[in-house]
Design a binder for this molecule. Structure first.
Ligand SMILES: *[C@@H]1O[C@H](CO)[C@@H](O)[C@H](O)[C@H]1NC(C)=O
Ligand SMILES: *[C@@H]1O[C@H](CO)[C@@H](O)[C@H](O)[C@H]1NC(C)=O
Length: 465
């Protein structure tokens, strides 16, 4: 079973609770004359990488629950004081005279709830994939968790009818604990699965997608590095199969997102060079998008990587990508990547706007000062490329184009002042957005979206006329 999740932590908590309840979902203990249905216990395996005390989730722990039984696909002997779900198969072993139980055969995933608690049962596989976990979490959220007292009583009555006491017990909590895999263990397993020489492309892609889910967590991404998994992922970019290239780029991009330590490892591991080499040649659109995503994540807030990107001819590669036929959505992504780089440097250079103001501000300034993106963009024809996006039908894309035009103004202004076609298309847009902004104000929105685009247009026009 995998225990994995990404922020926010409340999701995380629920997911863990849900998963642990999976294990314990068979452990309703219905004691004949004592309390009715006892609480479910939530157990967590110890996680070597989590020292924050969040590893244990105790929700209404009841000592009775420590005597639990978990049916599996094999027949197992039961001991007194235990209960199993009505769906389980129970039989009498004629040789030993003991009761035995195993899982009933039903659909793969079954969901249940009991008062505030809920869980799911995987009736076939012994583990959950990331996809199943996401599905389960979504379902829990949709259904809500807090039935009224009356509902609860009814549920309990139903449960009493459904679950019957049985007599034999085999497993104890220690064994159950071992069934809960930590993220670290899951990742170890996924990496082994991916690295297995006999694995098919489908199996490898599935392992990568499960890893992608896990590496959103900062610690997991760092574990990926220490396990040697990042290197495998970077190597997989070289694969001849586009599906593997795409998923490897996806894992890489997610692992380095907002994770400076992993960013450093990836750049040192040659990831940037590989990504750019791949982007420079013909690829399916889905692969290009993920490659671009990984490049953007590697560069963000990492001036060293940005300088490297310029040296490796990254601007040229993106220019070719923009010029190649292939959909305006990809062009917008390319421009967004460049715009983000320009603005990031600008913010850091403007005193007081550094998003991470601390003692290393001077050093950061020095590093960003070495990145000379704007002159290079002008030199490689970007002053002329960006206005092409103005022709797109999407307001968002036009807005992105306008903001980028403004950002490039220091190096493109002279050119723009002579560009009659640009001036005409800006004027036409100005007229269009004047009308849109007017009707927006008519609806009572004074600081509306169209008004914002209009003021961007006004600013750009002022500077190009
Ligand atoms: C992947 O497999 C190769 C060859 O079997 C092995 O040498 C290597 O250590 C494995 N890598 C990881 C990260 O498990
Ligand atoms: C991987 O790709 C790089 C270029 O991106 C190439 O130089 C290298 O030889 C390739 N490695 C393998 C093992 O194919």
């Amino acid at each position: 079973m995998t225990v994995g999740c990404r922020a926010p932590s409340s999701d995380c908590r629920w997911l863990r609770v849900a998963l642990c309840l999976w294990i314990l979902s068979f452990h309703f203990v219905y004691a004949n004359n004592e309390k009715t249905v006892s609480a479910l216990t939530v157990v967590e395996g110890s996680e070597p990488n989590e020292g924050d005390g969040e590893a244990h989730v105790d929700e209404e722990v009841d000592p009775e629950d420590l005597e639990v039984f978990q049916p599996t696909n094999q027949w197992q002997t039961l001991r007194p004081g235990q209960a199993v779900p009505a769906g389980s198969h129970v039989r009498l072993n004629l040789q030993t005279g003991q009761r035995e139980v195993k899982l009933g055969e039903e659909g793969t995933l079954r969901y249940w709830s009991d008062g505030k608690r809920q869980g799911m049962v995987n009736t076939q596989a012994t583990s959950f994939t990331a996809q199943e976990l996401k599905k389960a979490l979504k379902k829990f959220k949709e259904e809500g968790v807090e039935p009224s007292d009356k509902d609860q009583e009814k549920r309990e009555a139903e449960l009493r009818a459904q679950y019957r006491p049985i007599e034999e017990l085999k497993k104890d909590m220690a064994q159950l604990d071992m069934l809960v895999e930590t993220d670290f263990q899951v990742m170890t397993r996924l990496i082994a699965k991916f690295n297995h020489s006999g694995a098919t492309v489908e199996e490898r892609v599935a392992a990568l997608l499960d890893l992608e889910y896990l590496v959103h967590q900062v610690d997991n991404a760092q574990d990926l590095v220490s396990m040697g998994g990042l290197k495998l992922v970077i190597d997989a970019l070289n694969s001849t199969d586009p599906r593997l290239q795409e998923s490897a780029a996806f894992v890489l991009g997610s692992a380095v997102s907002s994770n400076p330590r992993v960013q450093v490892e990836a750049v040192e591991g040659g990831a940037l060079q590989k990504l750019l080499t791949l982007l420079a040649t013909e690829r399916p659109m889905s692969v290009k998008k993920k490659l671009l995503f990984a490049v953007g994540s590697l560069l963000r807030h990492f001036p060293f990587a940005q300088a490297h990107f310029l040296k490796l001819g990254g601007v040229q590669v993106l220019g070719d990508l923009f010029r190649a036929a292939g959909g305006v959505a990809l062009r917008v992504r390319v421009v967004t990547l460049l715009y983000d780089m320009i603005i990031e440097k600008e913010l850091i250079s403007q005193a007081g706007l550094d998003p991470i103001p601390d003692s290393s501000h001077q050093e950061r300034l020095r590093q960003y000062a070495q990145i000379s993106l704007l002159p290079l963009l002008a030199e490689q024809g970007w002053c002329g490329l960006v206005p092409e996006l103005l022709a797109s039908p999407e307001h968002d894309w036009r807005e992105k184009a306008l903001r980028t035009l403004l950002a490039m103004m220091p190096n493109c202004q002279a050119l723009y002042r002579q560009d009659q076609a640009l001036s005409r298309s800006l004027s036409a847009l100005q007229q269009q957005y004047q009308e849109l902004a007017l009707s927006e104000r008519g609806l009572g929105e004074d600081d509306g979206y169209f008004g914002e685009i209009l003021s961007l247009l006004d600013t750009v026009l002022l500077r190009v006329r």
